[in-house]
Design a protein around this ligand. Structure first.
Ligand code: PLP
Length: 426
Protein backbone atom coordinates (compact mmCIF):
# COMPACT_ATOMS: atom_id res chain seq x y z
CA UNK A 1 0.00 0.00 0.00
CA UNK A 2 1.30 3.47 -0.75
CA UNK A 3 1.07 6.34 1.72
CA UNK A 4 -2.21 7.72 0.33
CA UNK A 5 -3.85 4.29 0.38
CA UNK A 6 -2.82 3.82 4.02
CA UNK A 7 -4.23 7.23 4.94
CA UNK A 8 -7.52 6.45 3.17
CA UNK A 9 -7.75 3.08 4.91
CA UNK A 10 -7.07 4.74 8.26
CA UNK A 11 -9.94 7.17 7.69
CA UNK A 12 -12.19 4.23 6.89
CA UNK A 13 -11.22 2.10 9.90
CA UNK A 14 -10.52 4.50 12.78
CA UNK A 15 -12.48 6.96 14.88
CA UNK A 16 -13.07 10.34 13.23
CA UNK A 17 -12.29 11.97 16.60
CA UNK A 18 -8.54 11.61 15.96
CA UNK A 19 -7.02 14.83 14.61
CA UNK A 20 -3.72 14.47 12.79
CA UNK A 21 -1.37 17.43 12.43
CA UNK A 22 0.94 15.68 9.96
CA UNK A 23 0.00 13.91 6.77
CA UNK A 24 2.54 11.10 6.69
CA UNK A 25 2.73 7.45 7.67
CA UNK A 26 5.22 6.48 10.38
CA UNK A 27 7.56 3.66 9.44
CA UNK A 28 10.31 3.71 12.08
CA UNK A 29 12.18 6.07 14.38
CA UNK A 30 15.59 6.36 16.01
CA UNK A 31 16.93 9.03 18.37
CA UNK A 32 15.52 12.40 17.29
CA UNK A 33 14.34 11.22 13.87
CA UNK A 34 11.19 9.62 12.46
CA UNK A 35 11.10 8.04 8.97
CA UNK A 36 7.92 7.73 6.93
CA UNK A 37 6.95 4.95 4.54
CA UNK A 38 8.54 6.95 1.69
CA UNK A 39 11.78 6.98 3.74
CA UNK A 40 11.55 10.73 4.25
CA UNK A 41 13.38 11.73 7.43
CA UNK A 42 11.76 14.07 9.98
CA UNK A 43 13.48 15.78 12.88
CA UNK A 44 11.11 15.32 15.80
CA UNK A 45 10.47 18.47 17.85
CA UNK A 46 7.38 16.87 19.43
CA UNK A 47 8.61 13.51 20.81
CA UNK A 48 5.23 11.82 20.31
CA UNK A 49 3.55 14.51 22.48
CA UNK A 50 6.33 14.70 25.09
CA UNK A 51 6.67 10.93 25.39
CA UNK A 52 10.03 10.00 23.89
CA UNK A 53 12.20 11.91 26.38
CA UNK A 54 14.97 9.31 26.05
CA UNK A 55 14.79 9.42 22.23
CA UNK A 56 13.08 7.03 19.84
CA UNK A 57 13.91 3.32 20.08
CA UNK A 58 16.39 4.01 22.86
CA UNK A 59 18.73 0.97 22.87
CA UNK A 60 19.01 0.88 26.68
CA UNK A 61 15.23 0.84 27.10
CA UNK A 62 14.75 -1.64 24.25
CA UNK A 63 17.30 -3.96 25.88
CA UNK A 64 15.46 -3.81 29.23
CA UNK A 65 12.17 -4.60 27.47
CA UNK A 66 13.76 -7.56 25.63
CA UNK A 67 15.18 -8.91 28.88
CA UNK A 68 11.76 -8.72 30.53
CA UNK A 69 10.11 -10.33 27.48
CA UNK A 70 12.04 -13.52 28.18
CA UNK A 71 10.55 -13.68 31.70
CA UNK A 72 6.97 -12.69 31.09
CA UNK A 73 4.76 -9.86 29.91
CA UNK A 74 1.91 -9.62 32.38
CA UNK A 75 1.97 -10.87 35.95
CA UNK A 76 -1.51 -9.77 36.91
CA UNK A 77 0.12 -7.45 39.43
CA UNK A 78 -3.20 -6.74 41.17
CA UNK A 79 -3.40 -10.53 41.84
CA UNK A 80 0.22 -11.65 42.46
CA UNK A 81 3.32 -10.00 43.84
CA UNK A 82 6.23 -9.29 41.46
CA UNK A 83 9.63 -7.63 41.81
CA UNK A 84 9.88 -5.63 38.55
CA UNK A 85 7.25 -3.05 39.60
CA UNK A 86 8.95 -2.63 42.97
CA UNK A 87 12.35 -2.12 41.37
CA UNK A 88 10.79 0.56 39.23
CA UNK A 89 9.29 2.30 42.27
CA UNK A 90 12.54 2.18 44.24
CA UNK A 91 14.21 3.98 41.35
CA UNK A 92 11.33 6.44 40.96
CA UNK A 93 11.37 7.41 44.64
CA UNK A 94 15.01 8.46 44.35
CA UNK A 95 13.79 11.45 42.36
CA UNK A 96 10.79 12.41 44.49
CA UNK A 97 10.34 14.26 47.79
CA UNK A 98 10.51 11.64 50.56
CA UNK A 99 6.83 12.07 51.52
CA UNK A 100 5.78 10.89 48.05
CA UNK A 101 6.26 7.19 48.65
CA UNK A 102 3.02 5.35 47.81
CA UNK A 103 2.02 4.60 44.24
CA UNK A 104 -0.85 3.34 42.18
CA UNK A 105 0.07 2.03 38.71
CA UNK A 106 -1.88 3.10 35.64
CA UNK A 107 -1.62 2.87 31.86
CA UNK A 108 -2.04 6.48 30.75
CA UNK A 109 -2.23 10.08 31.87
CA UNK A 110 -5.98 10.20 32.15
CA UNK A 111 -5.95 7.09 34.29
CA UNK A 112 -3.34 8.60 36.62
CA UNK A 113 -5.59 11.64 37.02
CA UNK A 114 -8.62 9.42 37.67
CA UNK A 115 -6.65 7.65 40.40
CA UNK A 116 -5.57 11.00 41.86
CA UNK A 117 -9.05 12.43 42.05
CA UNK A 118 -10.38 9.22 43.54
CA UNK A 119 -7.70 9.04 46.23
CA UNK A 120 -8.28 12.73 47.05
CA UNK A 121 -12.03 12.13 47.42
CA UNK A 122 -11.47 8.99 49.47
CA UNK A 123 -8.99 10.56 51.85
CA UNK A 124 -10.77 13.87 52.38
CA UNK A 125 -14.36 12.56 52.11
CA UNK A 126 -15.04 15.82 50.24
CA UNK A 127 -17.07 16.30 47.09
CA UNK A 128 -15.66 19.19 45.05
CA UNK A 129 -12.68 19.37 42.72
CA UNK A 130 -10.87 22.33 41.21
CA UNK A 131 -8.79 22.88 38.08
CA UNK A 132 -7.68 25.90 36.07
CA UNK A 133 -9.23 27.28 32.91
CA UNK A 134 -7.25 26.20 29.87
CA UNK A 135 -6.00 23.13 31.74
CA UNK A 136 -5.79 19.65 30.29
CA UNK A 137 -5.95 16.57 32.49
CA UNK A 138 -7.31 13.86 30.21
CA UNK A 139 -10.46 12.82 28.40
CA UNK A 140 -12.16 10.09 30.45
CA UNK A 141 -15.15 11.35 32.36
CA UNK A 142 -13.50 11.99 35.74
CA UNK A 143 -10.47 13.75 34.31
CA UNK A 144 -12.63 15.53 31.73
CA UNK A 145 -14.32 17.26 34.66
CA UNK A 146 -10.95 18.96 35.13
CA UNK A 147 -10.06 19.48 31.46
CA UNK A 148 -10.94 22.90 30.16
CA UNK A 149 -8.73 23.54 27.22
CA UNK A 150 -11.12 23.41 24.21
CA UNK A 151 -14.97 23.43 24.14
CA UNK A 152 -15.06 20.45 21.74
CA UNK A 153 -13.42 18.27 24.40
CA UNK A 154 -16.40 18.78 26.78
CA UNK A 155 -19.33 19.33 24.44
CA UNK A 156 -22.16 16.78 24.91
CA UNK A 157 -20.26 14.86 27.63
CA UNK A 158 -22.00 16.39 30.62
CA UNK A 159 -22.79 15.87 33.43
CA UNK A 160 -19.41 16.19 35.13
CA UNK A 161 -18.34 15.92 38.75
CA UNK A 162 -18.84 19.00 40.89
CA UNK A 163 -15.86 21.18 39.99
CA UNK A 164 -14.88 24.85 39.82
CA UNK A 165 -12.39 26.61 37.58
CA UNK A 166 -10.64 29.97 37.64
CA UNK A 167 -8.07 31.58 35.31
CA UNK A 168 -4.49 30.35 34.99
CA UNK A 169 -1.95 33.19 34.90
CA UNK A 170 -1.46 33.63 31.17
CA UNK A 171 0.93 36.53 31.60
CA UNK A 172 1.42 37.35 27.91
CA UNK A 173 -2.29 38.02 27.47
CA UNK A 174 -3.21 39.09 30.97
CA UNK A 175 -2.38 42.79 30.87
CA UNK A 176 -5.16 43.24 28.30
CA UNK A 177 -7.64 42.50 31.08
CA UNK A 178 -9.69 45.14 32.88
CA UNK A 179 -8.60 46.40 36.34
CA UNK A 180 -5.20 44.77 35.92
CA UNK A 181 -3.11 44.58 39.09
CA UNK A 182 -0.62 41.83 38.47
CA UNK A 183 -1.28 38.50 36.87
CA UNK A 184 -0.35 36.74 40.11
CA UNK A 185 -2.54 38.91 42.34
CA UNK A 186 -5.48 38.82 39.92
CA UNK A 187 -5.39 35.05 39.48
CA UNK A 188 -4.91 34.36 43.19
CA UNK A 189 -7.84 36.71 43.95
CA UNK A 190 -10.05 34.94 41.44
CA UNK A 191 -8.97 31.55 42.77
CA UNK A 192 -9.91 32.53 46.33
CA UNK A 193 -13.26 33.99 45.22
CA UNK A 194 -14.07 30.89 43.16
CA UNK A 195 -13.36 28.38 45.90
CA UNK A 196 -14.89 30.44 48.73
CA UNK A 197 -18.39 28.88 48.62
CA UNK A 198 -17.03 25.31 48.46
CA UNK A 199 -13.83 25.67 50.49
CA UNK A 200 -14.89 23.28 53.21
CA UNK A 201 -15.97 20.62 50.76
CA UNK A 202 -13.09 20.92 48.25
CA UNK A 203 -10.99 17.75 48.04
CA UNK A 204 -8.20 18.82 45.70
CA UNK A 205 -6.80 21.43 43.36
CA UNK A 206 -5.38 20.01 40.14
CA UNK A 207 -2.72 22.11 38.49
CA UNK A 208 -0.31 21.70 35.60
CA UNK A 209 2.93 23.37 36.71
CA UNK A 210 3.25 24.51 33.09
CA UNK A 211 0.03 24.43 31.16
CA UNK A 212 0.59 22.03 28.25
CA UNK A 213 -2.29 21.64 25.80
CA UNK A 214 -3.51 25.08 26.95
CA UNK A 215 -0.51 26.80 25.32
CA UNK A 216 2.77 25.99 27.11
CA UNK A 217 2.06 28.70 29.66
CA UNK A 218 4.56 29.19 32.48
CA UNK A 219 2.98 30.64 35.63
CA UNK A 220 4.85 33.10 37.86
CA UNK A 221 6.61 31.42 40.78
CA UNK A 222 4.66 33.50 43.29
CA UNK A 223 1.39 32.26 41.84
CA UNK A 224 2.27 28.59 42.34
CA UNK A 225 3.52 29.33 45.85
CA UNK A 226 0.31 31.29 46.55
CA UNK A 227 -1.89 28.38 45.46
CA UNK A 228 0.06 26.01 47.68
CA UNK A 229 -0.31 28.38 50.64
CA UNK A 230 -4.08 28.73 50.19
CA UNK A 231 -4.42 24.94 49.83
CA UNK A 232 -2.41 24.28 52.98
CA UNK A 233 -4.34 26.88 55.01
CA UNK A 234 -7.65 25.33 53.97
CA UNK A 235 -6.79 21.63 54.13
CA UNK A 236 -7.11 21.22 50.37
CA UNK A 237 -4.85 18.73 48.59
CA UNK A 238 -2.67 19.98 45.75
CA UNK A 239 -2.15 17.61 42.83
CA UNK A 240 0.58 18.50 40.37
CA UNK A 241 -0.30 16.99 37.02
CA UNK A 242 3.15 16.17 35.67
CA UNK A 243 1.94 13.94 32.84
CA UNK A 244 3.43 16.26 30.20
CA UNK A 245 5.93 18.32 32.19
CA UNK A 246 7.52 15.56 34.30
CA UNK A 247 10.51 13.23 33.83
CA UNK A 248 13.18 15.95 33.53
CA UNK A 249 11.53 17.83 30.66
CA UNK A 250 12.06 21.13 32.50
CA UNK A 251 15.46 20.17 33.89
CA UNK A 252 13.86 19.04 37.15
CA UNK A 253 12.29 15.64 37.66
CA UNK A 254 8.97 17.36 38.40
CA UNK A 255 8.20 20.73 36.82
CA UNK A 256 6.69 21.94 40.11
CA UNK A 257 10.18 21.80 41.66
CA UNK A 258 10.96 24.91 39.60
CA UNK A 259 8.75 26.85 42.03
CA UNK A 260 10.03 25.19 45.23
CA UNK A 261 6.57 23.83 45.92
CA UNK A 262 5.81 20.36 47.24
CA UNK A 263 2.57 18.81 45.98
CA UNK A 264 0.49 16.28 47.93
CA UNK A 265 -0.18 14.11 44.89
CA UNK A 266 1.53 13.77 41.51
CA UNK A 267 0.40 12.18 38.27
CA UNK A 268 2.89 10.81 35.77
CA UNK A 269 2.50 9.04 32.41
CA UNK A 270 3.73 9.80 28.87
CA UNK A 271 7.57 9.78 29.11
CA UNK A 272 7.77 7.42 32.08
CA UNK A 273 7.23 4.34 29.87
CA UNK A 274 9.73 5.33 27.17
CA UNK A 275 7.02 4.63 24.56
CA UNK A 276 5.17 1.84 26.41
CA UNK A 277 1.75 2.87 27.80
CA UNK A 278 2.45 3.45 31.47
CA UNK A 279 1.52 5.82 34.26
CA UNK A 280 1.68 6.18 37.98
CA UNK A 281 -0.06 8.25 40.63
CA UNK A 282 2.08 8.96 43.66
CA UNK A 283 1.15 10.40 47.02
CA UNK A 284 2.02 9.94 50.70
CA UNK A 285 1.09 6.91 52.80
CA UNK A 286 -1.04 9.25 54.92
CA UNK A 287 -3.16 10.30 51.95
CA UNK A 288 -3.29 6.88 50.28
CA UNK A 289 -5.46 5.45 53.01
CA UNK A 290 -8.05 3.69 50.86
CA UNK A 291 -8.91 0.10 51.61
CA UNK A 292 -8.57 -3.08 49.56
CA UNK A 293 -10.57 -2.97 46.31
CA UNK A 294 -11.41 0.72 46.64
CA UNK A 295 -9.40 1.12 43.45
CA UNK A 296 -7.59 -1.27 41.10
CA UNK A 297 -7.13 -2.20 37.44
CA UNK A 298 -5.95 -5.08 35.25
CA UNK A 299 -2.81 -3.79 33.58
CA UNK A 300 -1.34 -1.53 36.27
CA UNK A 301 2.19 -2.65 37.13
CA UNK A 302 2.56 -4.39 33.78
CA UNK A 303 6.01 -5.98 33.74
CA UNK A 304 7.11 -4.67 30.35
CA UNK A 305 6.00 -1.15 31.30
CA UNK A 306 7.80 -1.29 34.65
CA UNK A 307 11.00 -2.67 33.11
CA UNK A 308 10.87 0.09 30.50
CA UNK A 309 10.11 2.71 33.18
CA UNK A 310 13.09 1.72 35.30
CA UNK A 311 15.35 1.81 32.25
CA UNK A 312 14.02 5.27 31.32
CA UNK A 313 14.88 6.62 34.76
CA UNK A 314 18.33 5.01 34.77
CA UNK A 315 19.06 6.32 31.30
CA UNK A 316 17.96 9.88 32.15
CA UNK A 317 20.21 9.81 35.21
CA UNK A 318 23.21 8.22 33.49
CA UNK A 319 23.12 10.59 30.53
CA UNK A 320 22.25 13.66 32.66
CA UNK A 321 19.29 14.47 30.45
CA UNK A 322 18.15 17.07 33.00
CA UNK A 323 21.25 19.13 32.19
CA UNK A 324 20.87 18.59 28.46
CA UNK A 325 17.25 19.78 28.66
CA UNK A 326 18.40 23.06 30.17
CA UNK A 327 21.40 23.54 27.86
CA UNK A 328 19.58 22.80 24.61
CA UNK A 329 16.38 24.45 25.85
CA UNK A 330 18.22 27.71 26.58
CA UNK A 331 19.86 27.60 23.17
CA UNK A 332 16.47 27.15 21.49
CA UNK A 333 14.89 29.95 23.51
CA UNK A 334 17.74 32.35 22.69
CA UNK A 335 17.41 31.64 18.98
CA UNK A 336 13.64 32.02 19.12
CA UNK A 337 14.02 35.35 20.91
CA UNK A 338 16.38 36.52 18.16
CA UNK A 339 13.70 35.50 15.64
CA UNK A 340 11.11 37.39 17.66
CA UNK A 341 13.11 40.59 17.08
CA UNK A 342 13.02 39.94 13.34
CA UNK A 343 9.52 38.63 12.71
CA UNK A 344 6.32 40.45 13.69
CA UNK A 345 4.37 37.20 13.90
CA UNK A 346 6.26 35.89 16.92
CA UNK A 347 4.42 37.29 19.91
CA UNK A 348 5.97 35.39 22.78
CA UNK A 349 8.68 32.86 23.54
CA UNK A 350 8.36 31.03 26.85
CA UNK A 351 9.15 27.80 28.61
CA UNK A 352 11.55 25.96 30.88
CA UNK A 353 14.05 23.39 29.65
CA UNK A 354 12.70 21.57 26.62
CA UNK A 355 9.09 22.58 27.16
CA UNK A 356 8.99 25.68 24.97
CA UNK A 357 6.06 27.58 23.50
CA UNK A 358 6.19 29.98 20.58
CA UNK A 359 3.05 32.11 20.37
CA UNK A 360 2.17 33.16 16.82
CA UNK A 361 0.26 36.43 16.37
CA UNK A 362 -0.85 38.57 13.44
CA UNK A 363 1.38 41.34 14.78
CA UNK A 364 3.20 41.99 18.02
CA UNK A 365 1.23 45.14 18.89
CA UNK A 366 -2.33 43.82 18.62
CA UNK A 367 -1.42 40.27 19.74
CA UNK A 368 -4.25 39.00 17.56
CA UNK A 369 -4.03 35.18 17.45
CA UNK A 370 -2.16 33.96 14.36
CA UNK A 371 -4.13 30.74 13.95
CA UNK A 372 -3.78 30.39 10.16
CA UNK A 373 -0.18 31.55 10.31
CA UNK A 374 0.63 28.86 12.88
CA UNK A 375 -1.01 26.22 10.73
CA UNK A 376 1.08 27.30 7.73
CA UNK A 377 4.31 27.26 9.73
CA UNK A 378 3.64 23.73 11.00
CA UNK A 379 2.76 22.55 7.49
CA UNK A 380 5.81 24.16 5.95
CA UNK A 381 8.00 22.61 8.70
CA UNK A 382 6.50 19.21 7.99
CA UNK A 383 7.20 19.57 4.24
CA UNK A 384 10.82 20.36 5.07
CA UNK A 385 11.16 17.46 7.51
CA UNK A 386 10.47 19.04 10.89
CA UNK A 387 7.74 17.82 13.23
CA UNK A 388 6.07 20.55 15.27
CA UNK A 389 2.79 20.40 17.17
CA UNK A 390 0.25 23.08 18.01
CA UNK A 391 -1.19 23.86 21.44
CA UNK A 392 -3.33 26.67 22.86
CA UNK A 393 -5.02 28.94 20.33
CA UNK A 394 -2.00 29.88 18.22
CA UNK A 395 1.04 28.40 19.94
CA UNK A 396 3.66 26.06 18.51
CA UNK A 397 5.03 23.71 21.13
CA UNK A 398 8.60 22.52 21.10
CA UNK A 399 8.99 19.37 23.18
CA UNK A 400 11.71 17.27 21.53
CA UNK A 401 13.46 14.24 23.02
CA UNK A 402 15.70 15.34 25.90
CA UNK A 403 18.55 13.67 24.03
CA UNK A 404 18.38 16.38 21.33
CA UNK A 405 21.86 17.71 20.48
CA UNK A 406 22.72 21.36 19.85
CA UNK A 407 23.39 20.51 16.20
CA UNK A 408 19.96 18.91 15.85
CA UNK A 409 18.37 21.89 17.61
CA UNK A 410 20.11 24.24 15.18
CA UNK A 411 18.97 22.21 12.20
CA UNK A 412 15.35 22.25 13.40
CA UNK A 413 15.45 25.96 14.16
CA UNK A 414 16.79 26.72 10.68
CA UNK A 415 13.82 24.88 9.19
CA UNK A 416 11.47 26.65 11.60
CA UNK A 417 12.91 30.05 10.61
CA UNK A 418 12.51 29.27 6.90
CA UNK A 419 8.89 28.30 7.60
CA UNK A 420 8.24 31.52 9.54
CA UNK A 421 9.84 33.59 6.76
CA UNK A 422 7.66 31.93 4.13
CA UNK A 423 4.54 32.90 6.11
CA UNK A 424 5.71 36.48 6.73
CA UNK A 425 6.51 37.04 3.05
CA UNK A 426 3.11 35.80 1.75
N1 PLP B 1 -2.51 15.46 31.93
C1 PLP B 1 -1.76 16.24 31.15
C2 PLP B 1 -1.06 17.42 31.76
C3 PLP B 1 -1.62 15.97 29.79
O1 PLP B 1 -0.87 16.76 29.03
C4 PLP B 1 -2.28 14.84 29.26
C5 PLP B 1 -2.18 14.52 27.82
O2 PLP B 1 -1.76 15.29 27.00
C6 PLP B 1 -3.06 14.05 30.11
C7 PLP B 1 -3.15 14.37 31.44
C8 PLP B 1 -3.78 12.84 29.59
O3 PLP B 1 -2.86 11.86 29.24
P1 PLP B 1 -3.29 10.64 28.28
O4 PLP B 1 -3.46 11.21 26.91
O5 PLP B 1 -2.14 9.67 28.40
O6 PLP B 1 -4.56 10.09 28.82
Amino acid sequence: MNQNEIINLDHKLTSPSYSRDHNFVYKKAKGSYIYDTKNKKYLDFAAGIAVMNVGHTNPYVVQAIKKQLQLGLHAGFPDFYATTPLEFLKKLYQFLPKELNKSFFTNSGTESVEAALKVAKWHTKKKWLFSFKGGFHGRTLGSLTLTNSKPVQRERFEPFYPAKHSPYPYEYRWNNQKNYKSVTEDCLDQFEKTIKPIKNDLAAVFMEPIQGEGGYIVPPKEFVKGIKKICTENNILLCSDEVQSGIFRTGKFLAIENYNVKPDIITLAKAIGGGIPFGVMVTSSKIMDWVQSAHSNTFGGNLIACAAGKAVLEYCEKKKLDQNAIKVGNYIKNRLNEMKDKYEIIGDVRGIGLMIGLEIVKNQKTKEFGVKEREKIIKSGSNQGLILLPCGTSVIRISPPLTLTLQEAEKGLNILETSIKSVVIH
